[in-house]
Structure formats: C-alpha cells, structure tokens
Design a protein around this ligand. Structure first.
Ligand code: SF4
Ligand code: SF4
Length: 344
C-alpha cells in the first residue's frame, strides 16, 4: 500500500467513527509481515496522530519478530503506548522452528515481553504442536508473557476425528488446566468463558464479531471489504459479489438457529462468519469439527473454573457464583459422556 492510499483508508475509518457507539479505534496492520513496511507504519502513525489527535486510538501489528532491528526497536519502544506489536510464537523453540522454518533464534522475545507484557502472544498450532501443546504454552508464559491468544484448536490439517488426536488433546488440556489452577494470574483465551451467560434467561441471538459493521478492511489498493476473511484471498469474485450484497448489520443473518435453540453453550461458542460462509455458504452454521472442539474445550474450561472457585469461593459475587456453578454442572452433564472414552 502506498502512503496516499493508506492516508485515504485512515480518513475513511476515522470519519466513519461513531463516538457514541464505540470507545476508540484499533488500527490493525496485517501481512504477510507488517515490519517489511516499517517506514510506512511509522508514517501512518505520524499521520494519524497529527490529523486525529483527539480520537482515542491504538495502532497494532502482529509480527513474526524476525525483522526487528535496532532502529525499529528504538522507535517501537518510544511509541509502545500508542503502537502495540503482537508476537506470533508457536511454542517451544523446537515447535516454533518446526512450524516456522527455524526462525526462533532470530526473535528477541524479551523485547516484546518487556514492552508489552500484557499483550497476548498469538500461537498457531499444527499437527506437530498437539503432543507438545501444554509444554509450548507453559514455555510462552515462562518468557514473561501473561497472555496466550489465538490457539485455535479447530484449525490445522489433521484429523480431529481420529481417536489418538482427541486422546492426545485431552492429555494436553488436562495438563494445562492443572497449570492454570496453579497460575491464576495467567490468561489463556481458549479457557476464557463466561459460564454465567449460558444460564441467562434473556438469551438472544447475536453476531459474534464486527465484520462489515465495526470492522473495516482495506486491501493494498485501498479497496474496502467487511474484514480480512471476506476478500479475494479467500473468495472468488462471484462469491464476493454475492456476499457483499448481503446486509452485514442484520444480526439474524449471522446466527445459527439450531445452535441458538438447541445448544446450551451457544453464548460462549466463538465463531467466524467468514469460515462458516466458506464451508457452509451460511454465516452462522459452524462445521462439526469446530462444534466438537468447542464442547471439549468448554468441558476443560469448566473444570478450570470449578477448581478456581473451590480455591477462592469469593472469586465472583454470589449471583455470578451461583450461575457459574450451575453452568459448570450442566456442561459436565451434557458433554462428559461424549468424551469419557478419551480418558477425560
Ligand atoms: S468473519 Fe471471521 S475474520 Fe472476519 S471479523 Fe469475524 S471472526 Fe474475524
Ligand atoms: S458447540 Fe456446536 S451446537 Fe453448540 S453453539 Fe457451538 S457449534 Fe453450535
């Protein structure tokens, strides 16, 4: 993207910003590798701050960390409160090097951990990662990172239906639950579930993400799309034309009626409308692997939550504790039987 196009995109974003509705703007740069365009990032930062000084904003880029040189470090350190760099690491050096062409030694993990310790590390998993999942996550925390995000267990080129894969996953999730019980200050997005929502009486259908509404995406030519999924990288021109003609503000288009009506954990089941559309031609309908994985994760997240409440019964107020315990019991009742044979 050239600077003029970038400025025009920034203007569109800031001019469409609704202060009443949103609490700020997150300007996120995606690659490939955003640090290949460090100079452009710096120019955009300066433009945004000069042109829109009074709007609450944060700039953010995810990087593999391999290109970060001394000049970049000095600049990012000086701007660390206005520009966050998120690091992608896949686990221990062994796992990372297996997944990412031996690049672990090129990353100064300490720089990221010192400047943005609360920033979640993004972790992608592969078949190789599965038997090393717990070890990898613990390793990332040991580097000084408080949060691990982006562990998407429903992705990857492997057979989630194979008994040994599920068995191994169960072993890893067990180990992780034990770890997080002992390390209550650490966070893993995978286990972050609001159980009390499942017990809410006024359950409603909702759209999980902001695609096409609170999220705007621009390609290198400045062409606008609903988000990074609904682009020519994923869909054919015909499919995109069809998708873009739909009303992204219509929340009911994004809900799965069957999940909403029949599934207890519907309010906690994350979903990507883009992935759903790619698989099922429907924004709301998730695939079976995603469904099964979510149930398994919910079981372990419920176990973690139960252990944490036992250790600290005053963790939540009385109402939330009551609903959370009800939800934990219901989740065990509903899903334990399905996974019992895997040694859960
Ligand atoms: S559709 Fe998927 S990629 Fe797009 S904003 Fe929603 S969750 Fe993110
Ligand atoms: S767990 Fe399965 S049935 Fe339940 S909401 Fe998620 S995808 Fe739907």
């Amino acid at each position: 993207m050239d600077l003029d196009t970038a400025k025009a995109c920034v203007d569109k974003i800031f001019e469409s910003y609704d202060r009443e509705k949103y609490s700020g703007i997150l300007l996120k740069f995606m690659g490939g590798e955003p640090l290949l365009e460090f100079e452009l990032l710096r120019q955009i930062y300066e433009y945004v701050h000069e042109r829109y000084p009074d709007t609450k904003k944060m700039l953010f880029a995810t990087t593999n960390g391999t290109l970060l040189n001394d000049e970049m470090k000095a600049w990012f350190h000086g701007h660390r409160n206005g520009f966050y760099l998120g690091l992608s690491i896949d686990g221990t050096p062994e796992v990372h090097n297996h997944n990412r062409s031996g690049s672990f030694e090129k990353i100064d993990t300490g720089f990221f951990a010192q400047n943005w310790p609360e920033q979640g590390v993004k972790m992608t998993i592969s078949e190789y990662s599965i038997p090393r999942l717990a070890e990898s996550i613990k390793f990332i925390h040991s580097l000084g990172f408080q949060k691990v995000r982006g562990v998407n267990l429903a992705e990857g080129n492997f057979q989630w239906d194979e008994e040994e894969v599920v068995r191994e996953l169960v072993r890893q999730l067990k180990e992780l639950v034990d770890f997080y019980v002992e390390n209550d200050n650490l966070y893993n997005q995978m286990f972050d579930k609001q159980f009390a929502l499942c017990e809410a009486r006024d359950r409603r259908k909702f759209k999980w993400c902001g695609t096409g509404v609170s999220c705007l995406f621009f390609d290198v030519d400045g062409k606008q799309y609903p988000c990074s999924y609904f682009t020519p990288m994923t869909f054919s021109p015909e499919e995109l034309k069809e998708v873009m003609s739909l009303d992204f503000s219509n929340e009911s288009l994004f809900a799965c009626d069957k999940c909403f009506t029949d599934c207890y954990i519907y309010p906690m089941c994350p979903t990507c409308a883009g992935a759903n559309y790619q698989t099922n031609k429907d924004f709301g309908v998730k695939d079976d692997i995603h469904c099964r994985t979510q149930k398994l994760i919910c079981l372990f997240a419920a176990e973690l939550e139960a252990q944490r409440i036992i250790r600290n019964p005053k963790r939540y107020d009385a109402h939330k504790t009551y609903y959370t315990i009800n939800a934990i019991e219901e989740i065990r009742r509903l899903y334990y039987g399905e996974f019992e044979k895997y040694g859960i």
